[in-house]
Design a protein around this ligand. Structure first.
Ligand code: ATP
Length: 271
């Protein structure tokens, strides 16, 4: 027999949610059914990865959560302690491309969201510098994007997402274009930031290894229209580092996640 939870417990667990998608579908104007129905609940402060085959709707799910697009059916809710947020508010978005303005300094790139939000220049500059320091780029505020490596550009993009102090950070394959050493370093720095700042992170990746290394939960999606294929909790000693990356537990999780992903690729060409 399933015991029903007392209502106070249910309320407490609901307010602990940062993001909740219920029965969400997305059909684009061209008739492509990209998502769903998708059900996903992310607790405040949690780090989850979305993993799935190309075109299964991972970016679409992020865009719905960010309020950049609307669901065709179902509900998307985003909240924090004080209550529900307007779609798009309290959210930072990091894309695969750093998309920096080449004609202006790193500091001005990071200050952009504050400028658009009407924050005074002096305060904006101070906050941009603090965000740059948090990603290890304190000395590069006056540099121009062309003077930075790919990894540094991605750090600037991360600083720009953090500068508004969002509750939720959405990251769409941010490190996919980077070499492995840079990617590992950024993985570690992102984990340190997450531990220090306590934000909710939803991270899209194609890499089983990266998803297991970073996340508390790996959510595996089916092929389009994307639904949840598996939801795998990664129990690992914190803070994670090389010890975890080279452990038997890490390999086991990678095997489990790969096995959960395999049906999503059946029938698809791997070429
Ligand atoms: N604006 C759009 N109009 C029409 N179809 C779209 C649009 N955006 C995405 N799609 C389609 O919706 C499906 C899901 O796309 P989405 O980008 O969300 O997938 P994804 O899982 O993030 O893919 P990838 O891993 O390759 O980045 C794809 O078939 C894509 O072609």
């Amino acid at each position: 027999m399933v015991e029903s939870k007392p209502s106070s417990t249910v309320e407490a667990s609901l307010t602990a949610l940062a993001v909740s998608l219920r029965g969400v579908t997305k059909v684009y104007d061209n008739g492509v059914m990209a998502l769903g129905p998708l059900d996903l609940a992310v607790r405040r402060g949690e780090f989850i990865s979305l993993l799935g085959p190309s075109g299964c709707g991972k970016s679409t799910a992020l865009r719905l959560i960010a309020g950049l697009s609307t669901a065709s059916s179902g509900t998307v809710r985003v909240s924090r302690h004080e209550g529900e947020l307007q779609p798009g508010h309290g959210i930072g978005f990091v894309f695969q491309e750093p998309t920096l303005m080449p004609w202006t300094s790193v500091r001005e790139n990071v200050r952009l969201p504050l400028k658009l939000g009407g924050i005074a220049k002096a305060e904006g500059r101070a906050r941009a510098d603090a965000a740059l320091a948090s990603v290890g780029l304190a000395d590069f505020a006056d540099a121009f994007p062309r003077e930075l490596s790919g990894g540094m550009k991605m750090r600037v993009s991360l600083a720009r997402a953090l500068v508004t102090d969002p509750d939720i950070l959405l990251m769409d394959e941010p490190f996919a274009a980077l070499d492995e050493i840079t990617r590992f370093r950024l993985n570690n720095d992102l984990l340190a930031l997450w531990r220090g700042l306590g934000k909710t992170v939803i991270f899209v990746t194609h890499s089983v290894f990266e998803s297991v290394y970073l996340s508390q939960r790996v959510v595996v999606m089916t092929a389009r229209p994307g639904r949840i294929q598996a939801d795998i909790r990664i129990e690992a000693v914190e803070p994670r580092g090389e010890e975890f990356r080279t452990s038997a537990a890490y390999s086991d999780y990678c095997r489990r996640v790969s096995a959960a992903l395999a049906p999503s690729y059946s029938g698809q060409s791997t070429l």
